[in-house]
Design a protein around this ligand. Structure first.
Ligand code: EPU
Length: 282
């Protein structure tokens, strides 16, 4: 397992946010994960988990404690309609594989970057469905270093959230799909592409910053509040879709946190509570 002190996390963030962490670990197995959990406990270090870094906002430039970066933990077994996949496996690659095998169920996740573990933890999805809909079992190492297996009946999946958050480190996920004609799956994916046409797909962002409040979509709200293009330092609300904050080059964690604060204040002035969709490392 690779271990790096004072790692620059820029390349592990889809928004390319510059922040350093005290020590980073790149586990490749369940035993590696257990070892890091035990060492963190022994040394009384905070332990954070990073998947693809596509939904995590580094809220400061120096991250105290240990970070488990899951991207080297890549393993997959496909048996008929059932997938056993490690948490560090890239979600887009999983979708490509299942599509080529004529396995259906993950189509609503088209276009979502990151790892399978991160997606399951935050119940990633689109208006067409979420990953929680196809999860059968989740394997974890809890904070005591014990391996646990949770069946879908033990997990509460809700809008961009799950009861897995904070319980430990996800190691493997069992997913159940169904057979479908490859052409039918590809047809559905083509339509899913349309849903993303109004999103700044090729710029450094963390996807949607806020959850959609009950009153109206966060993007429309921020747009109506006049925040499109509003900038602090090198961070700004996308001109294309106001619920995306773009890193224009050297955006700092402070710039982004400020934008979030201003958006929440503006929303509360019209009586709407905005809640972050991204995880913020304070
Ligand atoms: N809108 C505006 N101005 C904007 C942006 C949006 O008026 O700047 C309007 C749109 O015209 C539309 C409405 O707001 O009438 C909703 O916007 P959109 O169709 O883009 O969908 P969304 O609710 O903003 C959600 C998910 C996305 C997902 C898309 C497509 C949330 C917070 N967002 O976006 O997920 O990709 O639907 O399924 O649930 C993410 O999770 O990171 C994410 C981007």
């Amino acid at each position: 397992m690779k271990v790096v002190d004072r790692l620059d996390l820029t390349n592990f963030s889809s928004m390319r946010i510059k922040a350093f962490c005290e020590r980073a670990f790149f586990p490749e197995s369940v035993d590696d994960v257990k070892e890091v959990i035990c060492e963190a406990r022994r040394k009384k270090k905070i332990l954070r988990i990073l998947g693809g870094g596509t939904n995590t906002l580094f809220g400061r430039s120096w991250i105290e404690g240990y970070v488990l970066i899951m991207v080297d933990f890549r393993d997959i077994r496909i048996d008929g309609n059932n997938i056993h996949v490690s948490s560090g496996f890239p979600l887009p690659e999983l979708l490509r594989k299942t599509t080529s095998l004529g396995l259906s169920g993950l189509e609503p996740l088209f276009g979502i970057p990151g790892t399978v573990g991160g997606a399951v933890c935050g119940n990633a999805g689109s208006r067409r469905g979420s990953i929680g809909d196809v999860v059968e079992r989740v394997h974890m190492v809890d904070w005591g270093g014990n391996e646990i297996v949770l069946g879908k009946e033990d997990i509460d999946f809700s809008y961009r959230n799950s009861s897995l958050k904070g319980r430990g480190v996800i190691t493997y996920i069992d997913i159940a799909l169904s057979k479908k004609k490859k052409e039918k799956i590809e047809e559905f994916l083509e339509k899913a592409k349309d849903l993303r046409k109004n999103q700044p797909m090729n710029l450094p962002t963390l996807g949607c910053i806020f959850k959609n409040p009950p009153e109206m979509p966060a993007g429309r709200l921020l747009d109506e509040l006049g925040l499109k293009g509003f900038r602090i330092g090198d961070a700004f609300f996308s001109e294309k879709h106001a619920n995306f904050i773009v890193n224009g080059g050297n955006a700092s964690p402070v710039d982004i946190i400020q934008l979030i604060r201003i958006a929440k204040e503006s929303a509360s002035k019209v009586g709407i509570h905005l809640e972050e969709e991204v995880d913020i490392w304070e």
